[in-house]
Design a protein. Structure first.
Length: 264
């Protein structure tokens, strides 16, 4: 079974590339982030013609997450318990979607950016991650054998080797001690970064800015992850980052991460 996560940075712009990605890597379940469309605007037909079902939540041209599966979609859940909101008035954003696919509880997560260290959005980000940690702890307490994949764009580079320049990111979001501690808290709750051992660094990234030739200069960050529950992590037999998908006209600024699981 192959799971993948990909911040597509507008699904309507890149639907053909995403469908081709599914075929190229024989993906069974794909978690998508930053779809940038409403549910009515999501281009489901190309996925359905390729044999996939789609669950999506999107409220406007921002955010948006989806789960695409050819092994079934059951128990679809928009948002996790305790997920905080943002805005005035405060409302839940389209940043988390869970579905059970082929026996795996897949969550597509688009963690808030944080914007800057002095911005209230950073506190929102930290609260959001704390709520995710609490929800994940409860899921594992209720069923220690649950197969759960927390997949998505975490907007955090957990270690220094996950950025092209420590000096460049000093004093910026994504690498602050508070954000890294929030990521580590999810890991400490029982969820393992299942991709790192198969995609070692340094210099192994999943995101490169569009500006200043960041991609050809290898100035990137590793911010896209699959964190697996113990039962899910035990099935992981391989993982890779499809850096080639970042190349060419019309590419997203992220690369997909693909995880291979052994059969049950």
């Amino acid at each position: 079974m192959h799971l993948a996560t990909f911040n597509c940075n507008s699904i309507r712009t890149r639907v053909d590339r995403v469908v081709a990605l599914l075929e190229r890597h024989d993906v069974d379940v794909l978690a998508l982030q930053e779809t940038k469309c409403t549910d009515e605007q999501f281009p489901a037909l190309p996925f359905e013609l390729a044999g996939y079902e789609v669950a999506h939540v999107g409220h406007n041209q921002w955010n948006g997450v989806a789960v695409v599966s050819r092994v079934g979609i059951e128990d679809v859940q928009v948002g996790f318990p305790g997920q905080p909101g943002w805005g005035d008035p405060v409302a839940a954003e389209a940043r988390a979607l869970g579905a059970t696919c082929g026996g795996v509880r897949v969550w597509s997560l688009y963690v808030p950016n944080g914007r800057s260290l002095a911005d209230p959005h950073l506190l929102y980000k930290l609260d959001w991650l704390a709520a995710l940690r609490d929800a994940g702890s409860r899921w594992l307490a209720e069923d220690p054998d649950a197969q759960i994949a927390l997949m998505g764009d975490w907007n955090i580079a957990p270690t220094d080797e996950d950025v092209w320049s420590v000096d460049y990111y000093r004093g910026r979001t994504h690498t602050s001690p508070e954000e890294r501690a929030a990521f580590a808290a999810v890991v400490d709750a029982g969820f393992e970064d299942v991709t790192r051992s198969h995609t070692p660094g340094p210099g192994t990234f999943t995101y490169w800015d569009y500006t200043q030739l960041a991609f050809p200069k290898r100035r990137g960050m590793r911010i896209d992850f699959c964190l697996g529950s113990p039962a899910l992590a035990a099935r992981v037999e391989g993982a890779f980052i499809d850096r080639e998908e970042r190349k060419g006209k019309g590419a997203s600024d992220h690369a997909p991460v693909v995880v291979a699981l052994t059969d049950v």
